[in-house]
Design a binder for this molecule. Structure first.
Ligand code: ADP
Length: 365
């Protein structure tokens, strides 16, 4: 958020925003749950031009062992922005910004996950920003929330996130890029289904009256996001609240296993574990606490080391062909304006008219 010395027209003569939305309207959202076969749960989500991939692994035995908690599972969240996700290539690897977002996002989920059901275990949430266009932390939280459900992690509530901000003295919901860059305030919020706030950050200034109004607006935004999330879950698991989904939750909650069982489960399939965990060394780096991560990221030399060399990372992120596949629908990064939201249905493969080739999941993973 940089204060607006720069003259930007935020509203047209009809009071509509630069992308044609009303002040209280969120961007179109598309969701597909269960896109990665090797993750326990996954979700691909587009919100406006943001494109996010979330993967959840666990509950599984926490490594290294010193990170284990005797009475509950440790939740780990890694937000990562791919270097190709922004106009100017972003520096790969952890940064102070990604560490901060990872920390606050983890804290947004900790209150709702039944961590006490899985002592000594870890629940790992990875989000990759494939394309960024303001609001990536909230988009990532929405995707992660559904990936957690897909993984069968018992939760007290789904988490829904949205930002509200101020431009030209007017409150607007779900900031777009110019509003984020040149507006006067940005207030990202994550909340439970009954409105309990689990993440609140604020950049810029709001008066107490504006703040109260902003909270009302963003609560309504989160409610709209929740409706879209529920529809995506219904597409995947059957009608929300009907037996399929209820059973899924109940089964997981009743898995109040003794710790040995958890160890057995976690260790059960070495092959899968090795596939998904990738390099233990990298995992250990990532799971280190934020303070350590920030220390480490302070030192460019070490940071470069952690990030691995660019060539490898870019290979891992998929070749241009895959990236172009994923972005194929909208060269200009804009999802069909006339679509309020679309839940991508099961089996929408490469012949999907939007051009999403979800069968390529292993390459993306
Ligand atoms: P959020 O994405 O949650 O809104 P920020 O307010 O920090 O988080 O970032 C706003 C937007 O700025 C991002 O969505 C992205 O489009 C852009 N951005 C963030 N970091 C970088 C970066 N390192 N290089 C280029 N653009 C960036």
């Amino acid at each position: 958020m940089s204060s607006s010395q720069q003259k930007v027209e935020f509203f047209d003569e009809n009071g509509l925003r630069t992308d044609g939305r009303r002040p209280d309207e969120i961007r179109p959202m598309k969701i597909k749950i269960g896109v990665l076969s090797r993750a326990d749960g996954s979700c691909y989500l587009e919100w406006g031009a943001n494109k996010i991939l979330a993967a959840v692994y666990g509950p599984r035995e926490a490594h290294p062992r010193r990170t284990q908690l005797p009475d509950r599972a440790v939740v780990r969240y890694r937000y990562n922005m791919q270097s190709f996700s922004v106009e100017e290539r972003a520096r790969p690897g952890p940064s102070r910004r990604s560490s901060e977002i990872s920390k606050v996002s983890r804290e947004a989920f900790e209150p709702v996950i039944f961590t006490e059901a899985y002592p000594k275990a870890a629940i790992d949430i990875y989000v990759e920003v494939l394309q960024a266009d303001a609001g990536t932390r909230t988009a990532a939280i929405n995707a992660a929330s559904l990936a957690l459900v897909d993984a069968g992690i018992p939760m007290r509530s789904i988490i829904s996130a949205c930002a509200v901000g101020k431009v030209d003295g007017q409150l607007v919901l779900d900031l777009n890029k110019p509003e984020d860059n040149y507006g006067d305030a940005d207030l990202p919020i994550a909340m439970t289904e009954d409105g309990g706030i689990t993440l609140m950050q604020m950049d810029g200034d709001l008066s107490p009256e504006e703040f109260t109004k902003a909270l009302d607006m963003v609560t309504e935004g989160c409610r709209q996001v929740l409706a879209i999330q529920k529809q995506a879950l219904a597409e995947k698991f059957g009608s929300f609240g009907k037996p399929e989904y209820a059973t899924l939750r109940a089964e997981k909650i009743s898995q109040d296993e003794p710790e040995d069982d958890i160890d057995d489960d976690a260790a059960a399939d070495d092959e899968i574990r090795e596939d998904v965990a990738g390099d233990i060394e990298i995992r250990e780096d990532m799971s280190a606490d934020v303070e350590i991560r920030e220390d480490m990221s302070a030192d460019d030399e070490i940071r470069d080391g952690m990030a691995g060399d660019d060539e490898i990372r870019e290979d891992a992120a998929g070749d241009d062909e895959i990236r172009e596949d994923m972005a194929a629908d909208d060269a200009d990064g804009v999802i069909d304006d006339d679509v309020e939201f679309t839940v991508i249905s099961e089996g929408s493969g490469s012949d999907d008219e939007d051009g999403y080739d979800f069968d390529a999941d292993s390459e993306v993973a």
